[in-house]
Design a protein around this ligand. Structure first.
Ligand code: NAD
Length: 486
């Protein structure tokens, strides 16, 4: 695999320091970019995607060794167009100061909230969607009026270099700058005193990033991973559930932060689930080796990790159902067939670690409450998928479980809904972006009280105990203290 060598770390660190300084100065000179400037920046990102969509699809395919252009369009490029259009059409409203209530004691005065750009946002990008996960936070950050520095993933070097090139062709580096490089660069990057830092990656690295950011008291948004369950109610048509889950799990060969990580399936429906799931995967991917539609694993090391997870499960007694329709030998490639794991137990890695690949354990349950208990006793996941036509039961489940987001009767599609926040909870993440919440993440909500020419404060000013003050006190007592609330 190609890992493009960045300049020496010292040079790269100096360059990052210098660009941050430049961006901070440029921000001071333009602390509240007006609507037209923000729209212009969003348009430039839109145009980069129009001009380079094929180049990006090719670079991503190179990084993965195999990924279809259609999958890149569906999961990276089209959602970016949507996200840009979302902010373009709502930015004027989002930027407007919000009028708030003036308490009696401050009258007459106006009270409002101004959403002010924070300054320079740092964005750390993982390899699995190396374009979407770079530009989606960037779009939110620039919509909110910020400048940004990005650090791409060392495991998606072709996409990182292309992004660096096209961004530098369209933006000055005091507006947006892209850095490539490995863990050393990433470590230095996350130590920079940004005004906000967005990190997308593993929970393990997320902890380190938060520690680095704490040194500067830099606010963080951590978009992490975890084990996202899919729960099927016993009344839901099992073939339909299997088909919908198979579609989601097949995307990027399961290398998605919100990929269904395991399925809680009514015990008596397991066989039928497996049959339909396997058939759906076979239909979608009749061959694997030379079939671009079936995405390869990003690196040899990741493939090896996933194979070890399977070996561990098998050695400890699980049954593996490998879906390789054409029975191809994939050993010389980075492809790994989709594999269902039956009879998994708690001592197996497959139930302990985030899978992040084409492996899906199916866990039987007899009682839905027990299935929910299973989910609630584990770290809060990034996503939860529930299959049930019954709306009342779904609502109840929503309130009795925690997860970053939810799809009812589907998987992963909540990521595409621009008007809702996206982010985890606890070990699956902190904070959110997308939609109005994203705009607020990248803004400082500043409370402002404005007094006019008429000022009545002097009427109650000391010496305390004056008649006006006592009148005010008596009135407020009447309103609150003397009326107990139950
Ligand atoms: P990773 O944590 O290994 O790396 C992510 C980024 O962090 C890379 O750019 C890397 O260079 C950088 N990095 C590595 N070590 C670092 C350190 N010590 N200090 C600072 N930065 C460092 O994650 P990955 O393997 O690229 O991606 C897979 C993980 O990301 C999975 O856990 C997945 O669930 C998660 N993920 C989450 C989301 C989300 O939106 N919540 C999206 C995609 C992936």
């Amino acid at each position: 695999m190609t890992i493009f060598k960045a300049e020496s770390l010292a040079t790269e660190t100096e360059r990052m320091d210098a660009v941050l300084e430049k961006q901070k100065s440029a921000f001071l000179a333009e602390p509240f970019p007006e609507l037209s400037i923000r729209i212009n920046r969003l348009n430039k990102i839109h145009n980069i995607l129009v001009d380079h969509r094929d180049d990006f699809a090719k670079s991503i395919a190179k990084d993965f060794s195999s990924r279809s252009q259609s999958e890149t369009e569906l999961a990276e490029i089209l959602p970016l167009f949507e996200g840009i259009a979302y902010y373009r059409s709502r930015l004027k409203r989002l930027m407007k100061p919000q009028k708030r209530r003036t308490p009696l004691m401050l009258m007459p005065a106006s009270v409002r909230v101004v959403h002010q750009p924070v300054g320079v946002v740092g964005i750390v990008v993982p390899w699995n969607f190396p374009l979407f996960l770079a530009l989606s936070p960037l779009v939110g950050a620039i919509a909110a009026g910020n400048r940004a520095m990005l650090k791409t993933s060392e495991y998606a070097p072709h996409t990182g270099s292309l992004l660096q090139k096209v961004i530098s062709e369209n933006f000055s580096d005091d507006e947006i700058a892209v850095f490539t490089g490995g863990v050393d660069t990433a470590t230095k990057f996350t130590q920079l005193p940004f005004d906000h830092l967005v990190f997308t990656g593993s929970t393990h690295v997320g902890r380190m990033v938060m520690k680095s950011a704490a040194e500067n008291l830099t606010p963080v948004t951590l978009e992490l991973g975890g084990k996202s369950p899919a729960i099927i109610h016993q009344s839901f048509p099992i073939d339909e559930a299997a088909k919908r889950i198979a579609f989601g799990k097949g995307i990027n060969s399961g290398q998605v932060c919100v990929s269904p990580d395991y399925v809680l399936c009514p015990r008596h429906k397991i066989n039928q689930f497996c049959d339909t799931f396997a058939q759906t995967i076979r239909n979608a991917y009749p061959t694997l080796l030379d079939n671009e539609d079936y995405t390869a694993i990003i690196t040899e090391a990741q493939k090896e990790r996933l194979q070890q997870v399977l070996i561990d499960a098998k050695e400890k007694g699980a049954e593996l159902l490998t879906i390789n329709q054409a029975d191809e030998d994939l050993s010389g490639s980075r492809k790994l067939p989709m594999t269902l794991v039956l009879g998994a137990t708690e001592d197996m890695r497959v139930l302990q670690e985030e899978i992040f690949g084409p492996i899906l354990p199916i866990i039987p349950y007899d009682d839905l409450n027990k299935a929910l208990e299973y989910v609630n006793q584990r770290p809060r996941p990034l996503a939860l998928y529930y299959f049930d036509w019954d709306k009342a039961r779904s609502e109840k489940l929503l309130k009795s479980t925690h997860s970053g987001g939810v799809c009812v009767n589907d998987t992963m599609s909540h990521v595409m809904a621009d008007d809702i926040p996206f982010g985890g909870i606890g070990p699956s993440g902190i904070g959110q972006y997308h939609g109005e919440e994203g705009f607020k993440t990248f803004s400082k909500a500043k409370g402002v009280v404005r007094k006019g020419r008429i000022n009545v404060t002097h009427l109650i000013a000391p010496p305390w105990g004056n008649l006006n003050f006592r009148g005010l006190q008596a009135f407020q007592n009447l309103r609150f203290r003397k009326r107990r609330t139950d």
